[in-house]
Design a protein around this ligand. Structure first.
Ligand code: AMP
Length: 405
């Protein structure tokens, strides 16, 4: 079955056309037929990148003034001269990445009017994301009116967390009134890599305690016991937890109040500051990009090294905390742009964990960079693994699972 996966952001639309079915899911034999992304949606000079396996990458610049135009361009790429299907009718379902499902969705769901209303209500919790996901769905529904559309939420996987993990030390009234609690994000990625690890190890997920580190421009850690998320580092918003590209992660909550007073800035400016000016960028005073920091580190830049060390130290603390939360850990996974590409980050985040039986193999870690497999020593009690994430694939698989049920 051909499933179109759409990920609509404020100014971007990413897509993949995936051939999959229940058998392919079991045997990991799903196929990506084509993928692409349209950036600068809303502009005269939107950037389009389109890739078909084993063909040269196609890039162009075109006016794409809204999401409707972006979806139209997507369908033209898939069926036109560079296309991989003869007719849009070959697409049997559409899966949509949807950021926030609040407490209402603990699994992916088929879109309908009631779902739409609830996702709109969840926009209060993700005002920068959900409205664009909704626009993407509404526009795609016009182009594909007769096929099922499925919403796959970033937050759904973490809905198995217990109150002890998701409530903050705030008056309970604020949870009741405003739903202030930990939600967690990157759920599709954490779920995909934990499932894939079990598959690669030939084990049942229900026998494993796993810590997944999704490290990219936004980063989060999750504790997964028997296939269920029991805790995760991002919280009410994606600002909490690890030090990120430009987000501060965990800080003393009185710090923003103190800076607001000393710098005389508004709450909105503070929000921008914490999300855009901190993290690796703020510490290094150089870049939010780990590759830039690595290059600077190798040229002797001490502040770049400091930013990298702080990033890794925070990961190590979460690994310790989540091992305690689960009374042990069998597998530690690295994924995401940084987790998949930076052997330094994987090494520094796991060095000195021999007390808990996690022994990284430094050579294997370098050799396997960007690959998939085990990077711990054979005698390591805890397996350390590198697994490239594939959120689009999981969205396609969920779509098939739901419409085949
Ligand atoms: P993502 O948000 O998952 O796309 O990841 C983006 C991050 O991955 C950026 O910080 C990139 O610098 C980082 N990244 C990509 N390639 C490399 C690389 N070869 N070495 C280190 N970091 C990398």
């Amino acid at each position: 079955m051909k499933v179109l996966v759409l990920n609509c952001g404020s100014s971007s639309v990413k897509f993949q056309l995936i051939e999959t079915d229940l058998e392919a899911i079991k045997t990991n034999s799903d196929i990506c037929l084509a993928k692409g992304r349209i950036e600068r949606v809303g502009k005269e000079d939107a950037k389009i990148v389109y890739e078909v396996p084993e063909r040269e990458k196609y890039k162009t610049v075109l006016p794409i003034l809204n999401h409707a135009a972006a979806i139209k361009e997507t369908t033209e790429l898939l069926t036109g001269e560079l296309g991989v299907i003869g007719d849009l009718k070959e697409i049997e379902a559409v899966g949509h990445r949807t950021v926030h499902g609040g407490e209402d969705f603990s699994d992916s769901t088929v879109w309908n009017d009631a779902v739409l209303k609830t996702v709109e209500e969840c926009s209060k919790l993700a005002p920068l994301h959900n409205p664009h996901n909704i626009t993407g769905y509404l526009e795609a529904k016009k182009v594909f009116p007769d096929v099922p559309h499925v919403a796959v939420f970033d937050t759904a996987f973490h809905q198995t967390m217990k109150p002890v993990a998701y409530l903050y030390g705030l008056p309970y009234e604020y949870y009741r009134k405003y739903k202030i609690r930990r939600y967690g994000f990157h759920g599709t990625s954490h779920r995909y890599v934990s499932y894939r690890a079990a598959q690669l190890l030939g084990k049942d997920l229900s026998d494993l305690k796993i810590i997944t580190n999704h490290l990219g421009n936004g980063s989060s850690v999750a504790a997964i016991d028997k296939g269920q998320s029991v805790d995760t580092s991002m919280g009410y918003t994606p600002l909490e937890g690890l030090v990120m590209g430009t987000r501060c992660g965990d800080i003393d909550p009185s710090i923003p109040l103190s800076i607001i007073k000393s710098e005389g800035i508004s709450a909105e400016e503070m929000d921008t500051f914490l999300n855009k000016k901190c993290g690796l960028l703020g510490i290094s005073e150089l870049s939010n990009d780990m590759l830039d920091l690595e290059n600077a580190y190798y040229e002797g830049n001490e502040q770049a090294e400091l930013a990298m060390r702080i990033f890794c130290y925070r990961i190590k603390k979460y690994i310790g905390a989540y091992s305690a939360a689960m009374n042990g850990v069998d597998v530690i996974i690295f994924t995401g742009g940084i987790g998949e590409n930076s052997n330094e980050v994987r090494e520094w985040s796991t060095e000195g964990l021999d007390f808990m039986g996690a022994l990284i193999d430094i050579e294997k870690n370098k050799e396997l960079n960007r690959g998939e497999g085990i990077i711990s020593k054979p005698e390591s009690k805890v397996k350390i693994m590198l697994i490239p994430t594939n959120e689009e694939l999981l969205i396609a698989r969920d779509t098939v699972r739901l419409i085949s049920a």
